[in-house]
Ligand binder design. Sequence first.
Ligand code: TYD
Length: 228
Amino acid sequence: MKKGYFVTLEGFEGSGKTTLAHKLYHIFLKNGFHALVTKEPGGTSAGDKIRKILLERENEGLGYKAELLLFAASRSENVRINIKPALEKGLIVICDRYFDSTIAYQGFGRGIDMDIIEYLNSIAIEGIIPDLTIFLDVDTEIGLKRATTLSKSTELRFEDEFLQKKEVNGKLFLERVRDGYYQIARQNPDRIKIIDANRDISLILKDIIGLIGTHLSLKYKKEVILNL
Ligand code: TYD
């Protein structure tokens, strides 16, 4: 049984998800909540190894099916080892990307059959759906610039594909992913909230904290004010 509260952060590269996830985690701790922050792909020992395979530039030619299966495997481990036990203990769990990323990137982006994506997601998540998903909506050009210039990482396989202006069925991969996110958000208006991520991080954080505070107040049936 899920007693905790589960929030996921989604969005395009360079939307600031990772920084925000860690800031949120510290805000929860500061306000007296037990919390856990995790990310996908990765978050477990096997998941971190899978992450390397998925994101390193040297695996440029990885097939779409293998890619999908690896994201699902990483998620399955993250749910089994981190997310599910933490929620059962009543923690607040923050996850930097979750199953919506697979729908946006592998489904809308790569064009893989959505039924297959849904089926694999359902195996991986064991029924754990986020209470709130924040879609950080950043301009794709700004996001890509941030992601490629700020990062010294070798984990740039997806960024390379976007910069090479790769097309899938006559449309840019990048546009397919972005449009995919909008569709997912439209289809799940109760769970997914769109936040303008082109703004200063302090404003973004304030909006997210406000949303979560409202949710937690309903959950605990008393007013929860989260101080920054
Ligand atoms: P991440 O490290 O979150 O990248 P960034 O911080 O640049 O947003 O994720 C790495 C890449 O993996 C990102 O391009 C999105 C992609 N991805 C998928 O294609 N499918 C998935 O299911 C997940 C979790 C990520």
